[in-house]
Each structure stands twice: as C-alpha cells, then as structure tokens.
Ligand binder design. Structure first.
Ligand SMILES: C[S@@+](CC[C@H](N)C(=O)[O-])C[C@H]1O[C@@H](n2cnc3c(N)ncnc32)[C@H](O)[C@@H]1O
Length: 279
C-alpha cells in the first residue's frame, strides 16, 4: 500500500487528490466554517502572533488557499505534504483532513497478514486484541495511523488538533474490509500498481487514544451545524428582489447539503484535541 501510494510510481506522487475525488477541504464553505472555528480558538489563545494553521496532508493546498483571505494577517499558514517536516511548537490549529485514511496499513485475517500469510507481529496482535477484538473477517490494523496521528499532534504546543475523516469505533467496526480505490472521481477496484487511490476507514478511537490527550468527537454534520452551516434554502421572494443573490444563496445551500449529508461527507468524524485551551 505504501509503495502503491507513495513509491516512485505511486498514486499521490503523480496525482493531485482534487482531480480524483471530492473532499470537504475543497469547499469554500468548509473553509468559512473553519475560519469561524479559528476565530474562536484565536480568542481562547489570547490572539497569538503568529497564529499557526498547519495542514498535514494538504494535497493541492485548496483549503489553505480558501482560508487565507478569511484570517487575520497574524495567521501563518503551512501546508505539509509527504516528505515535509511538521513544524515544531505549533500555537494555533493543527489540521488533517482525509489524511489518516491514506496512511498505509496492513490487513490481517485469523492472526495472519493478508499480503504474505505470516503471523501478525506482537504489537499488531496487541492492537487487534485492544481495538478490534473478535473480528468476524478482515482486520485493518490501525497502528501506523495511530503512530502518525500521535506524532503529528506532538508538534502542537497550544491550541487545537483536528482531524476529519471517515471511520469507526470499538463496537461498530465493519465486518467487511473498507479498503477502496478511487480514480477520476469514481470508486474503482483498489489496485496496488499506483493507478488508484487506496483508502481504508480510520479506527478513530485508537488514533485518539494514541495521543494520550483528552479528545472529543462529533460528526461533520454536527460540527458544521455548530459552526453555523445549516443548508437552509433561501426564500423564493429573494429571487424577485435579488436574482443573483438568490442563485448564490441556493448554490451555498446545495454546498452545505453536500457537506452535511449524513450518508456522505456529513458522516465524517471530527476528532478534536484541545491543548491548553477550552473549546
Ligand atoms: C486524500 S488526500 C487529502 C488532501 C486534502 N487534505 C483534502 O482533504 O482534500 C491525502 C493527502 O495526504 C498526503 N500524505 C500522506 N501521507 C503523508 C505524510 N506522512 N505527511 C504529509 N502528507 C501526507 C498525500 O500525499 C495526499 O496528498
């Protein structure tokens, strides 16, 4: 999986994520909601200068580009992509949207890895015992994601770490593998030749616990409602007084509906770790 995504001919080495699938991070409305969150956080932190916004797994940088004009001049925006270092001593927001689902993992069944049939290592066996006991079928071992998230969060000095992704929790682990491939906007057979994105849902609770920090989780639908995105359609009268404004409001309502759809992006999880501040 690592080679297929990040090797010399890997999918993400050749492709820009936004050309292959729609994510919340590409939406200007999502950026506006985050800007609201950042405004709250900025107050809580006493308006630090600079206020860091670090986006791990930034892809084409669409989210930061949409955020930039909405934030004060003190904001220091940093995209982090594969091969970059996450800066130390972050004060502000450490963000990762749809990153962890692309962190490679091993699949196992009946105590053996699917790729080579070898027995799983002791640390993986422990992870399965703790986080995915009594699996009915294939286990997607989240240990590498846990390590990746814990390491990223360790760079936060004060503020909020937030990751947004699709995932599951103890007691609701899927019985069928979630491994999926995407290419050109469509779900396709997951191939290991670098021609498709490869993604597996994230064990959100194990990633959260690995940081050793307190955490809160809510659905994207809940989070965006909290931040004032509600998808209400504009009143029809507006179309008579201000047709252009009506069309804009209608487009925004449709964007909000996409972002909050409980069976789509709205079902993604927002995992939040406040550090040195209340939220
Ligand atoms: C699905 S894309 C998400 C892009 C963007 N955040 C969004 O939501 O549209 C996942 C991105 O994570 C990047 N990535 C994977 N592992 C990474 C790592 N260890 N450090 C930084 N970026 C990484 C990939 O290169 C890819 O651009």
């Amino acid at each position: 999986m690592h080679e297929a995504l990040y090797g010399p001919a890997g999918f993400f080495v050749r492709a820009r994520p936004a050309s292959h699938f729609l994510t919340s991070a590409q939406s200007p409305l999502f950026a506006r909601a985050l800007a609201r969150l950042i405004g709250e956080l900025d107050e809580q932190l006493g308006r630090p200068d600079p206020f860091d916004v670090v986006d791990v797994g930034a892809g084409g940088g669409e989210l930061l580009a949409n955020l930039q004009p909405l934030l004060p001049g003190r904001a220091r925006l940093r995209p982090v992509e594969i091969g970059d270092h996450i800066p130390d001593g972050i004060v502000g927001l450490l963000l990762a949207t749809e990153w962890l689902d692309n962190v490679p993992l091993d699949l196992a069944q009946d105590g053996r890895y699917l790729h080579d049939g070898e027995p799983v290592s002791a640390p993986d066996a422990e992870w399965i015992q703790r986080w995915w006991p009594n699996p009915e079928g294939t286990v997607e071992i989240g240990r590498e994601r846990d390590k990746a998230w814990a390491k990223a969060v360790s760079h936060l000095n004060r503020g909020l770490a937030l990751t947004v992704d699709y995932g599951h929790f103890l007691g609701t682990r899927p019985s069928a593998p979630t491994l999926a491939g995407f290419r050109d906007g469509r779900e396709v057979e997951p191939l290991l030749d670098g021609s498709t994105d490869l993604t597996c849902h994230v064990a959100i609770d194990s990633a959260a616990a690995a940081t050793g920090l307190p955490w809160t989780v809510l659905t994207q639908r809940e989070a965006l409602h909290w931040l004032g995105v509600n998808g209400t359609r504009p009143p029809l009268e507006l179309a008579y007084h201000d047709p252009a404004g009506y069309l804009r409001a209608l487009a925004e309502a449709s964007e909000a509906a996409t972002l909050t759809d409980p069976n789509g992006l709205g079902g993604h999880w927002w995992l939040l770790h406040p550090l040195g501040c209340a939220l």
